[in-house]
Design a protein around this ligand. Structure first.
Ligand code: PHE
Ligand code: ZN
Length: 878
């Protein structure tokens, strides 16, 4: 129902414990395509910490109540109030009670993909954050922990596989009905957002796993029939994740089975339901012919992420949704560390920081900025953001930098010991590190409360006579919505002083160090750091490894940056020096509408290409200049995306021409022998070759176009084939249509590959793209009901095509706004995410700004909006 009055925001400061607790939940689920019946038996009792004498108030969402009874007796109509969104038992006895509730659902009509729905005929559930209330009435909040037993019954022909949380207790036939059932019991108390069930015709692969203490676990991955051959890499990643978590964090798995189910229709990446993870199949299925190296890396990371939630999220969960970063930031940090250990740490860090800057820094700089732990929200679905996830992970990483490896581990150990089986807060988390190490973390805690990317201005001064080097540091935290005045943050700044020969000089802070070795702690608005015994002019290498998520502004010259790009001992900063050079050149050129000066970059990249000691994957990262979005963020106001695109294209062409020979040489030299393997070393070689190919083809040099065509035709794997197709589509217009058609014909039966085909076309930086995207929405393979499809076609257009989404005539905005409105009636969560593509609208030049604002206004004024879209529209305009 569209509501006419604005719902009030939910405030962290209003938190109160629940009035009633639920100790056990017994669910009896009779699956049916359009009439699934749910019988819930809740053992409840008044919470001693709640308000005495309270009614029982349960959440619902679009529910149909069939029956309700208390302690075995049907309730009189006057004893309760039921609406689709709540069930209130008005005057329950203030003692333990058994509440039985029967609801009726239509899973086939559930296009929101929250609660119980069907994906390609498979029944599945999604309950985080507030989807359980779409299954039965329940106190749908993460601080109500219960032990669940679930009986699932279905037609055997329709759903031979029946899965639930925990361990399988019993299964069998329902005599003479063609139906069968399974009973699953999860002994670990959990919040309802971790509930899940699955029923369907699925193929599976299984493997045994022996935990560190010798417990046998059966691992299962379930996929659509015929796709089991593509689940092997996910299984391998799962086993490596389980071992890694034992070794690095002492976390062991705790049930007899661990199951993963891949579904084609899913709002997010994946979900950590206890013992039964449900995945977007994009993050499970891989074969060399259909998945790229990046897909393999994502599968590895997300399998690990969901698995790691078993301890950071499930065994210890969140008290309320404001604490979302407690599980997400920490678990992202853990999956990043896992991938770093499995692959190249430096390259992983570079990739993570690129993502952080493009998503989180952009979010932090616009109207949707919010703290890692928000203090209020209207729609929690809209807070599964880069800030909560990626910046949340950075905060944990800083904590580790601050405390050092061992102290960090002691704090984590204490956290697991103290809070296992409970719903915790950020304060609980930080207190463990304070208690374990005696460190005062009160200033550090500001990272959770203050939004905005801190800006660090650093100026260096070498005093030859005194042999000292002085760094003057000034920090500011920009104003963000609802937060005008900010306090200085505690910033762990890793650094080195690079000498003339390229090696680090000894780092000797005057008066001793205030941080770990190689780290100074910035804690004030202005601060001076003096280093002694600096006998030659050093070049400071600052924020090494991106030790803090800040915007760094230095007084380094172009020559200094070229030098650091050649010599810095810290690989991240070596990369970053080249990026900073490129960014400066691009900003100057875009502002002036001039041709960029490629010379410094050609020099720096030439040196990187010629360095035989470097990891190919690292060189590939260095060769990829900052994105158009990065440049736009740097320019910050009156942004003209066409000028940025032109500057970036010109720079890439200049690099491609000037370095044609070494690029073509590297393309040949790094050919990967033998059959495809997704390992990091092979993937790194492909990444480098393909970065070379891209620059060559863009420049029309070094036989680039012909090489791309050759690779497209001859590739034996999707990584090479898709890069070649992208290069042809973007840079070789004469080959574009034929190549796209060939690719479609080759892969039309493969939805995940066709997603790539849609996404690529949506990203072409040409005026015809909007019409192409419009036409593609009518393509038989496009469906508004499938989130992956919507994201690949519309999402790519809005978030990854700067020139065409931001067309000066506003047609890109109108198209996306209209699509958001259409989609809102089908899937509000996905619609709201799409609308967030407008988040940087205030930074654009006047015509675009006005057109974007008008489009947002049109969305905002549409009657009957979902809370999800209304919230994003309102905050974007606010
Ligand atoms: N909790 C999931 C994760 O980060 C994300 C998610 C949120 C999935 C909401 C579905 C719905 O692993
Ligand atoms: Zn997560």
């Amino acid at each position: 129902m569209p509501s006419t009055t604005e719902p009030q925001p939910i405030l962290l400061s209003d938190y109160r414990p629940p009035d009633w607790l639920v100790d056990t939940v017994e669910l009896d689920v009779r699956l049916h395509p359009s009439a699934t019946r749910i019988l819930a038996r809740l053992s409840m009792r008044p919470n001693p910490a709640g308000r005495a004498g309270s009614p029982i108030v349960l959440d619902g969402d679009e529910l149909v109540l069939k029956a309700v009874s208390l302690d075995g007796r049907a309730l009189a109509g006057t004893a309760y109030v039921a609406t689709p969104s709540a069930l209130t038992i008005l005057a329950p006895p203030q003692q333990p009670v058994l509440l039985e509730i029967e609801t009726l659902l239509d899973p086939s009509a559930n296009t929101k993909l929250m609660g119980l729905y069907r994906s390609s005929g498979t029944y599945c559930t999604q309950c985080e954050a507030e989807g359980f209330r779409r299954i039965t009435y329940f106190p749908d909040r993460p601080d109500v922990l219960s032990v669940y037993t679930t009986r699932i019954e279905a037609e055997r022909a329709e759903a031979p596989v029946l899965l639930g949380n925990g361990n399988l207790q019993e299964s069998g036939e329902v005599e003479g009905t063609g139906r069968h059932y399974a009973v699953w019991h999860d002994p670990f108390p959990k919040p309802c957002y971790l509930f899940a069930l699955v029923g369907g015709r699925l193929d599976r692969i299984t493997e045994p796993f022996m935990t560190a203490t010798g417990k046998e676990v059966e691992l299962g991955i379930y996929v659509e029939p015929g796709k089991a051959g593509r689940a092997g890499y996910a299984m391998d990643a799962l086993k490596r994740s389980m071992r890694w978590d034992e070794e690095l964090f002492g976390c062991e798995y705790d049930l007899d089975v661990f199951n993963i189910v891949a579904v084609a229709d899913f709002n997010m990446g994946a979900m950590e339901n206890k013992g039964l993870n449900v995945f977007n199949d994009k993050y499970v299925l891989a074969s060399p012919e259909t998945a790229t190296d990046a897909d393999y890396a994502n599968i590895e990371a997300i399998i690990a992420h969901e698995y790691f939630h078993n301890w950071t999220g499930n065994r210890i969960t969140c008290r309320d949704w404001f604490q979302l970063c407690l599980k997400e930031g920490l678990t992202v940090f853990r999956d990043q560390e896992f991938s770093s250990d499995q692959r190249s740490r430096a390259v992983k860090r570079i990739a993570d920081v690129r993502l952080l800057k493009s998503h989180q820094f952009a979010e932090d700089a616009g109207p949707l900025a919010h703290p890692v732990r928000p203090a209020s929200y209207r729609e929690i679905n809209n807070f599964y953001t880069a800030t909560v996830y990626e910046k949340g992970a950075e905060v944990v990483r800083m904590l580790k930098t601050l405390l050092g490896e061992e102290n960090f581990r002691s704090g984590m150990d204490l956290y697991f010991e103290r809070h296992d089986g409970t719903a915790a807060t950020i304060e609980d988390f930080l207190t463990c590190f304070q208690d374990a190490t005696g460190t005062d973390l009160s200033q550090f805690a500001l990272w959770y409360a203050q939004a905005g990317t801190p800006r660090l201005e650093v100026a260096g001064h070498w005093d030859a006579a005194g042999a000292t080097f002085t760094l003057d540091v000034a920090q500011t935290v920009p104003a963000t919505p609802g937060q005008i005045d900010k306090q200085p943050m505690l910033i762990p700044l890793a650094l080195g002083l690079v000498g003339e020969d390229g090696r680090d000089l000894p780092l000797q802070p005057a008066g001793g160090s205030n941080g770990a070795p190689g780290v100074v702690l910035v804690s004030e608005a202005r601060q001076r750091f003096v280093f002694e015994n600096v006998t030659e002019r050093p070049r400071p290498s600052l924020n090494r490894g991106f030790s803090a998520p800040v915007k760094l502004v230095t007084d380094l010259s172009t020559q200094d940056l070229i030098f650091l790009a050649r010599h810095d001992a810290d690989p991240f900063n070596r990369f970053d020096a080249a990026q900073t050079l490129a960014l400066g050149v691009l900003v100057d050129a875009a502002r002036a509408g001039a041709t960029p000066d490629a010379a410094p970059l050609v020099e720096a990249l030439g040196a990187v290409l010629a360095d035989p000691a470097l990891d190919p994957a690292f060189i590939a990262q260095a060769l990829s200049v900052p994105s158009e979005g990065d440049v736009a963020r740097e320019i910050a106001r009156d942004v003209d995306p066409d000028a940025i695109h032109a500057a970036r294209l010109a720079l890439r062409r200049a690099i491609g021409s000037a370095l044609a020979e070494p690029l073509a040489g590297a393309f040949e030299r790094f050919a990967v022998p033998g059959p495809y393997s997704p390992d990091a070393a092979s993937a790194g070689r492909r990444a480098l070759r393909n970065a070379c190919l891209d620059l060559l083809a863009t420049a029309g040099a070094g036989d680039g176009p012909a090489r791309a065509l050759g690779l497209f035709r001859a590739a034996d794997n999707m990584t090479d084939r898709f890069v070649a197709l992208s290069v042809l589509a973007h840079a070789v217009p004469a080959e574009r249509e034929a190549a796209l058609a060939d690719f479609y014909a080759m892969f039309q039966g493969d939805p995940l590959v066709i997603d790539k085909w849609f996404a690529l076309q949506a990203q072409i930086a040409e005026p015809g793209t909007l019409d192409r995207v419009r036409t593609l929405t009518a393509h038989p393979a496009f469906a508004m009901t499938n989130p992956n499809r919507v994201r690949s076609l519309i999402g790519s257009f809005a978030a990854a095509n700067q020139t065409q989404f931001h067309r000066a005539d506003g047609a890109g905005y109108d198209f996306v706004a209209q699509t958001v409105l259409t989609l809102d009636a089908i899937n509000p969560q996905v619609a709201a995410r799409l609308l967030a593509a407008f988040r940087s609208w205030r930074s654009l030049d006047a015509p675009r700004r006005e057109a974007a604002e008008a489009a947002l206004q049109r969305v905002s004024r549409t009657p009957g909006l979902s809370p999800d879209v209304a919230d994003i529209a309102g905050r974007s305009l606010g």
